[in-house]
Design a protein around this ligand. Structure first.
Ligand code: HEM
Length: 245
């Protein structure tokens, strides 16, 4: 095994797991310990049903963003939706639960592969276009350009690189995207008995970029979808509701 393959496929995954989960715990502890002088709620305390409806719509549809900045919404909303789908799709690489669920509702192995191929490629393309749109918008809008720092461009270019290499694998259809091979490899990592990883350069580039993203994630601005659950808005919507009852 070459030094690069060993580093990306055997050593870096452990660094990623520790940094990703350790970083998350560190950030959550930080958020929970921030004193809040005045609770801000994203919803006016009404019935529990309305609270849940308002919170769900804030998370799933971004209605405030739609009202305030429609141009941004047209890039940001599809970006977040397909990212969520990509994360669920990638779950298949680590364990067979998604396949079992699909089989339970009548899918065959071939049907699952077809679904994954069509759906995975489609969401990958939408993801790529959405990131490109966010990048072009940042470059072409003067106010936004003046407010941007290099990190804002860097993270978008990074995501484009991950999407481009992921899509290349989809289009090239290399043999290692065989789910059983990937699951065996990850099982080896999780059980501390790593086996040789796939060695294709496109996979290794995708995997390297993705792992570096995951390492930096808890400390980057991309963490905000998780932060929302621990900081002001939603937390206090529920706390205020509790106090009113
Ligand atoms: C441990 C990390 C990751 C691994 C091992 C991994 C592996 C893979 C593999 C093997 C494919 C090809 C799928 C196939 O042909 O069946 C793929 C596709 C893709 N990956 Fe990843 N990936 C990882 C993380 C990420 C992350 C963090 C993102 C985005 C932020 C991402 C975005 C994509 C996209 C857009 C595609 C193409 C469309 C799709 O298959 O959904 N990947 N990835």
């Amino acid at each position: 095994m070459s030094v690069i393959v060993t580093f990306v496929g055997i050593i870096l995954p452990y660094i990623t797991i520790v940094a990703f989960f350790g970083g998350f715990i560190y950030r959550i502890k930080g958020w929970l310990s921030i004193p809040v002088p005045m609770p801000i709620s994203v919803t006016y305390p009404q019935s529990r049903g309305e609270q849940v409806k308002n919170i769900a719509s804030a998370i799933l549809i971004f209605p405030d963003l739609f009202r305030k900045d429609r141009n941004l919404w047209f890039g940001a909303w599809p970006f977040h939706v397909v990212l969520a789908i990509i994360i669920i799709g990638h779950w298949r690489l680590f364990m067979d639960i998604p396949d079992r669920i699909l089989m339970a509702i009548g899918y065959t192995t071939q049907g699952i592969e077809h679904l994954s191929s069509v759906f995975g490629t489609t969401v990958g393309i939408i993801f790529f276009i959405a990131v490109l749109y966010l990048l072009v918008r940042r470059i072409t809008q003067v106010t936004l350009r003046n407010m941007s720092n290099p990190a804002d461009y860097f993270v978008l270019l990074w995501l484009l690189g991950i999407a481009a290499t992921g899509l290349t694998m989809r289009f090239v259809g290399l043999p290692y995207t065989n789910i059983a091979t990937m699951q065996n490899y990850f099982w080896g990592i999780f059980t501390l008995h790593p086996i040789a990883p796939p060695t294709d350069p496109i996979f290794l580039t995708h995997y390297l970029l993705a792992q570096l993203l995951l390492i930096s994630l808890p400390f980057s601005k991309l963490i905000h979808p998780i932060g929302i659950f621990f900081t002001q808005g939603i937390k206090h919507s529920l706390v205020v509701q509790k106090q009113v009852r």
